[in-house]
Design a protein around this ligand. Structure first.
Ligand SMILES: Nc1ncnc2c1ncn2[C@@H]1O[C@H](COP(=O)(O)OP(=O)(O)OP(=O)(O)O)[C@@H](O)[C@H]1O
Length: 238
C-alpha cells in the first residue's frame, strides 16, 4: 500500500472532524477523495503529509509511519492555495522548487521543460507569476508538484479554475503517470474526474460513507451517474 490510515481521528477545538478513519491507497493507482465541502478532505491530506498530527491512529506513507521528514522528497504535493513566489518568473519558481530536490542542472532543465509543456505554460515561463491569471497559477502549482518526478502525488483539487481542454490533457497525463507506476491521490468535486479514478472514497463529516471503484459506487447507490452518488454523500435525497 502506498498510503495506509488506520483508525485515524482528528479534532479541532474539541470538535471531532475525522472519525476513526481507515483508508488504503494501492501502489500504482489513482485514488479519489470526494465529498461535500468541509467533509475533511484537506485535513486528511495534511495528516498524510505530516503537516498536522493525528490525535489517534496511525498513518503510513510509502512504508514509513508519518511524520517522517524524508518522505517529503518523495511526495509531489499540490495544495489548494497556491504557494508561489509572485516576484519571480514561472521558470524561476520551477527552478527554485526543483533545486530543493538536488536535481543536477541538466536534469532540472529537462524537468522544467517537461512539466511546463504538460500544463501549457511554456510560452509564459519568463513572465512574473504576479502577472499570471488564477488558472495559470494553478497550472504552475501542478507543475511544481511534478518537478522532482516523485513516486507519490497528492493533489488537492488540482484542476479547479482550469479550462476543460487543459483539464483533459492533465488527466491524460495523470493516467499516463499511473501507468508508469506512480500513485496519485486527488481530491475533487468534479465527478467527471472522479470517474477516471481507480478507486473512490466518499467522505461526509469525517467518515467514509462509501468506497470502491466508480462502477461499484454506482451499483451501491443504485444510480447511473456519479453526480447522484455525490448528492447522496452530501445527504441530499433525490
Ligand atoms: N485549523 C483548523 N482549525 C479549526 N477547524 C478547522 C481547521 N482546519 C479545518 N477545520 C475544519 O474542519 C472541517 C474540515 O475541513 P477540510 O478543509 O478538511 O474540508 P474539505 O473536505 O477539504 O473541504 P473543501 O472541499 O471545501 O476543501 C471544516 O469544518 C473546517 O472548518
Amino acid at each position: 500500500m502506498a498510503i495506509h490510515l488506520q483508525n485515524v481521528s482528528k479534532s479541532f477545538q474539541k470538535t471531532k472532524i475525522i472519525h476513526q478513519l481507515n483508508l488504503d491507497v494501492k501502489d500504482g493507482s489513482i485514488f479519489g477523495l470526494i465529498g461535500p465541502s468541509g467533509g475533511g478532505k484537506t485535513t486528511i491530506i495534511k495528516m498524510m503529509l505530516g503537516m498536522l498530527p493525528a490525535d489517534e491512529g496511525t498513518i503510513t506513507v510509502l512504508e514509513h509511519e508519518v511524520p517522517h521528514e524524508p518522505l517529503l522528497y518523495q511526495i509531489g504535493y499540490m495544495a489548494q492555495a497556491d504557494a508561489l513566489y509572485t516576484d519571480l518568473t514561472g521558470h524561476e519558481n520551477l527552478s527554485f522548487f526543483g533545486s530543493m530536490f538536488h536535481l543536477n542542472k541538466k536534469k532540472l532543465q529537462e524537468r522544467i521543460e517537461y512539466v511546463a509543456e504538460l500544463v501549457d505554460l511554456t510560452p509564459f515561463l519568463k513572465r512574473k507569476v504576479g502577472l499570471y491569471s488564477g488558472g495559470m497559477r494553478r497550472r504552475l502549482s501542478l507543475a511544481i508538484a511534478l518537478i522532482q518526478d516523485p513516486p507519490l502525488l497528492i493533489l488537492d483539487e488540482p484542476t479547479v479554475g482550469i479550462d476543460p481542454a487543459l483539464k483533459k490533457k492533465i488527466w491524460h497525463e495523470l493516467i499516463h503517470l499511473k501507468n508508469n507506476g506512480k500513485t496519485i491521490l486527488v481530491t475533487t468535486h468534479a465527478m467527471d474526474e472522479a470517474a477516471q479514478c481507480d478507486e473512490l472514497a466518499m467522505l461526509r463529516e469525517g467518515s467514509i460513507i462509501a468506497n470502491g471503484s466508480p462502477s461499484e459506487l454506482l451499483e451501491q447507490f443504485g444510480v447511473v451517474s456519479l453526480d447522484d452518488v455525490f448528492l447522496h454523500a452530501g445527504g441530499v435525497e433525490k
